[in-house]
Design a protein around this ligand. Sequence first.
Ligand SMILES: NCCC[C@H](NC(=O)CCC(=O)O)C(=O)O
Length: 445
Amino acid sequence: MSAREFNFDGLVGPSHNYAGLSFGNVASFNNVKSASNPKQAALQGLAKMRALAARGFAQAVLPPQDRPNFRLLRSLGFTGSDADVLARAYKESPVILACAYSASPMWTANAATVSPSRDTADGRVHFTPANLNNKLHRALEYVQTTRALQAIFADERHFAVHDALPSTPAFGDEGAANHTRLCAQHGLDAVEMFVYGRVEFDPAAPAPKRYPARQTLEASQAVARKHGLAEARTVYVQQNPDVIDQGVFHNDVIAVGNANVLFYHEQAFADEQGALFQLRQAMAGVDAELTAIRVDTDMVSVQDAVHSYLFNSQLLSKDGGKMALVIPQECQENAAVSRYLEGLVASGGPVDELVHFDLRQSMRNGGGPACLRLRVALTDAEASAMHQGVVMTEALYHTLVAWVEKHYRDKLEPQDLADPALAVEVHTALEELARILGMPGLYDL
Ligand SMILES: NCCC[C@H](NC(=O)CCC(=O)O)C(=O)O
């Protein structure tokens, strides 16, 4: 059966800010407390969605989450009116206030792991929202993520939206940022590759020393079980702990796959040859042959990969069989990376086009093109069964741009999070957004 890959991009929320909340994410740490521009951030994201939709790629949008998260603030003992809660949190723990205000759900690659119906035992599309339990500001997300996915994929004949895994370190789950589906074509049988950073129940397994490994093997296995994936078509690969210690906090900072192509850095995996062997063997079972595009360290260092986000790109299949690589502008500003990319498109291999976007506002928090999207491969019947209000069209693009222009600030500094007017602005904006998207119960405002 034919299927199309929809990219669900996160719409950047009105409180996009730089709070240095992600230890191990170099950009988040480097830009701590600098001023952000939420309006520009949202417009940059929308421009990417519009351009890809105009090219004929299936594109949809996932709405931002309600911020600040008053449930968090109140649960931590900040009481009184909303204004009191904000004032006390800002005074006593500005970092907790920043967590409650983070717009991090914009990086929807971390929203969930998705298994298309072709891969699952019951023939439905399965979603497991990621618990993101490694960071306080992200551990809040799964509640609203689940609500949004249930609203969009409500038809239980086609879709299963699971609960997140238990929110404890043993089951650290960061969603699709550590998950890749490899196949000959989207509608055909596939191998699902899960990349993990550490093993909870085997203290002897290698693990990073400096920065946290956010994804565990146990979490990946649990997601595969819940989705009903076949063992022969599921591969677990350990990320190289040394690259986690150099700022590769998710596998999608050092590798990206699409159809039968895996584009990766030679240092991405703990055992490169072992990983390729397992993938080739599993893919032979689905009549697909792996095309591995390996980037050597002497062409692009891990540091250049982390700074340019070369691998945090989208690899998109075009009509005719070739692929486009959607990259952030930073790739062209890095001499080694841009030289590498010139060679890549000239090589006669599967990638014959580069499409670049200015996503600077997101990049400054460590999120590139691939972080901003969740891939959901759907058959035609499934695509018509999901909520249609989130599908990106020219009309929706213009409506959302006008909505952003009306509600978003163009500058947010750390002290602005204490401004009670900001909370009111965000609520007003989101109420209107729920109407625009035709999702009246989207928020629990
Ligand atoms: N897939 C990209 C995720 C980027 C995200 N950054 C952040 O949450 C930074 C937020 C801040 O520091 O304000 C993270 O590290 O999980």
